[in-house]
Design a protein around this ligand. Structure first.
Ligand SMILES: [Zn+2]
Length: 486
């Protein structure tokens, strides 16, 4: 800490913040330093994950035979201290953390408790709905299936509509659907990552804080990012802060005499700070192309440096206009890369298909505010003639859910119409990659949809897949009759 705070054995400097704050992950408001004790726990959780995924190592096989005896490590029976080695106790310590990040991916729904297990939301459903008396709390998720799909009428009797819409996005009830499985919730592919286990030690269900993420992703020199971080944390040494730390007796502003010099006063309200801001902010409208957030941070930094120069080095005047300092060079430098990106013009037109082939265009949509998702698609033959289409409301979920569901319904429509040679076009690179890797997605939340039904479709189909440009996608969106299921 002395090293980080700039102090040495002979000269101690003020520690601006606590070590615990420095050691929080960046997305939780810290600087991302890692405490070895926390890192050790996250790594032990990884050992637990490897056992959960049946690692083939000799060590895993020995522990499995000795302690698990065909049980899942996540359901580890209580082991008294006398009954196991210190190593196994450490593994169990890591498994406690692992369990916090696990969630059920529903397959056939026989193992997952509908109310008590963690599967659809951040907490078990028991925490959400006002569960009425007389409801069986031991029922399984499969009790809410009906004829290969969700029993929506039954769901509505026990949960509110918002939760029902989330639930109906889950692909369940298909013939041959996979077993229920526990996957790692913080990652999109369901596979354990130590970094997220480490974050889990420091946080609840809120995985990222957009404000902190925004700060660390700005195109700024590191020292300015750390300065802004200190400002956000209220840690820069204004006179108010110095009095609080018993470094001064007067909290008034040394520049203008205002009774209390806090961060807002120093950087915004003090007379000299106002002068600087007036030179930066034109009275009518913002005239520069430079990003405002970068200009904002540079100006705060400039005001702070000037304040320190004035107080400690008797520098009277503002040395120069902040617009002329590094900010312009910085903005110019950071925009060079953008200009160097080569652009090529592509002519878009209908590409004729081979004889007997049809083209399936699918797309998913997600409304930002309500998280409602939908999917639509069209099938055209090798002459560009309409063969069929669909538009579906899918409840509430993520855009990737919508894209995969779109692919699913498109393929199902194609099979129903008897087509066997299909070229799929869609704009989601992630969905296309998942579709192509469908056989290796053991832990992906949508693996059931991708590998089971679609996999079986592909046994009887010849399928090609390619990305589509936005401009071309607009054409078939317009061609689709409004809201129709065809
Ligand atoms: Zn002042």
């Amino acid at each position: 800490m002395d090293f980080f705070g700039g102090g040495s054995g002979k000269k101690q400097k003020v520690h601006l913040c606590q070590w615990d704050l420095v050691c929080r992950p960046k997305c939780r408001g810290g600087l991302g330093f890692k405490k070895t004790v926390d890192m050790n726990r996250a790594l032990l959780a990884k050992i637990g994950w490897r056992m959960h995924t049946h690692d083939q190592g000799l060590w895993a096989q020995i522990y499995e035979k000795k302690y698990l005896k065909d049980c899942s490590i996540l359901d580890t029976p209580g082991v008294s201290k006398q009954d196991c080695s210190a190593t196994w106790r450490s593994v169990l310590y890591g498994v406690e953390l692992l369990r916090k990040g696990m969630v059920w991916r529903v397959g056939n729904g026989d193992k997952v408790n509908f109310w008590k297990d963690h599967w659809v939301a951040d907490l078990p459903l028991l925490h959400y709905a006002g569960v009425q008396s007389g409801i069986a709390l031991d029922c399984k998720v499969s009790n809410f299936f009906k004829k290969g799909w969700w029993d929506v009428e039954k769901l509505i009797t026990v949960l509110d509509e918002d939760m029902v819409q989330k639930i109906t996005c889950f692909p369940v009830g298909f013939v041959g659907n996979s077993q229920d499985a526990q996957i790692w919730r913080p990652t999109s592919n369901g596979i354990f990552i130590v970094k997220y286990a480490f974050q889990l030690i420091h946080g609840g269900s809120n995985w990222s804080d957009a404000c902190w993420k925004g700060l660390w992703s700005m195109s700024l020199p590191p020292k300015l990012k750390v300065f802004l971080w200190l400002v956000f944390q209220g840690k820069i040494l204004t006179n108010e802060q110095r009095v609080r730390r018993h470094l001064a007796v007067e909290s008034s502003c040394s520049v203008c005499g205002w009774h209390s010099e806090n961060i807002t006063h120093t950087l915004r309200d003090c007379g000299r700070a106002k002068e600087v801001w007036l030179t930066v902010l034109p009275p009518t409208k913002w005239e520069w192309r430079s990003p405002w957030n970068i200009m904002f941070v540079f100006t705060c930094w400039y005001v702070w440096k000037w304040r320190n120069q004035y107080i400690f080095n008797d520098a009277e005047d503002l040395s120069c206009d902040p617009r002329k300092i590094a900010v312009f060079d910085w903005v110019k430098g950071s925009s060079v890369n953008c200009r160097n990106v080569p652009r090529t013009q592509v002519m878009l037109r209908w590409e004729p298909l081979g004889s007997g082939w049809v083209k399936l265009n699918v797309d998913g949509t997600c409304m930002n505010a309500s998280r409602k998702i939908g999917a639509s698609g069209v099938i055209k033959d090798c002459f560009g003639e309409w063969c069929g289409g669909f538009a579906m409301n899918l409840g509430k979920g993520h855009i990737l859910d919508a894209e995969i569901w779109g692919l699913f319904f498109g393929l199902r429509l194609a099979v129903a119409k008897g087509f066997t040679k299909i070229l799929i076009e869609m704009d989601s690179q992630i969905a296309m990659n998942l579709f192509q890797q469908r056989d290796s997605l053991c832990f992906h939340p949508l693996a059931a949809l991708l590998s089971n039904y679609m996999g079986r479709c592909l046994d009887i189909l010849r399928v090609g897949i390619s990305s589509i440009f936005l401009e071309r996608r607009m054409v078939w969106r317009i061609a689709l009759p409004n809201g129709a299921i065809i």
